[in-house]
Design a protein around this ligand. Structure first.
Ligand code: NAD
Length: 250
């Protein structure tokens, strides 16, 4: 028996083969969920869905910064599968810029995907979750929001991910009476395409020195946390932020 038997889950930005979204989709499918993978490229989303264990998973194209796209994804899922139990707002981009290097278009690009995208996709599924009287929304924030920066993201990324934390708490407060929960995950340094190839050996050693557990996280470490927050194991948790960072903030 899986923790998500019979559940319908949408995971945004989950086509990246080594990404947190794909690892989460894999674990959710192993636990019995029917998973809808969305991403910018339809073929990649379909291929990622086809790669999951079990049958019935779906890949859809969807730009989370486009409200009409988000609504179309939610409509497609309710038309095809009848309900939406879980939304993981995973899509995100980074830009390794310093404060004074951030141009308006940089600010817009980064905040649009993480913050506007989280708002738009949540707005798209909330009517269905409210009507069901149940739902779990899991938002990907970052350790960058908590410690004011990191090597990859840039200050605008920290700001966007801090915004995701505020949005998560506000959503949790407003949606709790309707039976809908919202929680955030703050991953630390996780080995995915977002971090791959962006560190010199010296930078990598410096990053690892700041992690008490002495290793980078794996995508599966974040997926396990997402499974907890998506499932009834966390039935009394809402508005929380869970650190998955090997002790980086101790
Ligand atoms: P990734 O780059 O591997 O995957 C991100 C995915 O988002 C890609 O498939 C990309 O196509 C998709 N995407 C980008 N813009 C999109 C848009 N407008 N609409 C829909 N999809 C879009 O990244 P990842 O490392 O798996 O990160 C996943 C999430 O976790 C992100 O929100 C990231 O900021 C966050 N995070 C990652 C780390 C880390 O160390 N990897 C740490 C903290 C937080």
């Amino acid at each position: 028996m899986g923790l998500l038997d019979g559940k319908i889950a949408i995971i945004t930005g989950a086509a990246s083969p080594r990404g947190l979204g794909k690892a989460t989709a894999q674990l959710f499918a192993e636990h019995g969920a029917t998973v809808v993978i969305t991403d910018l490229d339809l073929a990649a989303a379909e291929a990622a869905a086809a790669d999951l264990p079990g049958a019935g998973h779906i890949g859809l194209v969807g730009n989370v910064t486009d409200k009409a796209d988000c609504e179309a994804v939610a409509q497609s899922v309710t038309d095809a599968l009848g309900r939406i139990d879980i939304l993981v707002n995973n899509a995100g981009i980074t830009q390794p810029l310093k404060l004074m290097e951030i141009a308006p278009e940089n600010y817009e690009a980064v905040t649009d995907v993480s913050l506007r995208g989280t708002l738009y996709m949540s707005q798209a599924v909330i009517p269905t979750m409210r009507a069901q009287g149940a739902g779990s929304i899991v938002n990907l924030s970052s350790v960058s929001a908590q410690r004011g920066g990191g090597i990859f993201g840039g200050p605008h990324y920290s700001a966007a991910k801090a915004g995701v934390l505020g949005l998560t708490k506000a959503m949790a407060r407003e949606l709790a009476p309707d039976g809908v929960r919202a929680n955030a995950i703050c991953p630390g340094f996780i080995a995915t395409d977002i971090t791959a190839g962006k560190l010199t050996d010296e930078m990598r050693a410096q990053v690892l020195a700041g992690i008490p557990m002495g290793r980078a996280g794996e995508a599966s470490d974040v997926a396990g946390c997402a499974l907890f927050l998506a499932s009834d194991l966390s039935a009394y948790c809402t508005g929380t932020e869970v650190d998955v960072n090997g002790g980086s903030l101790i």
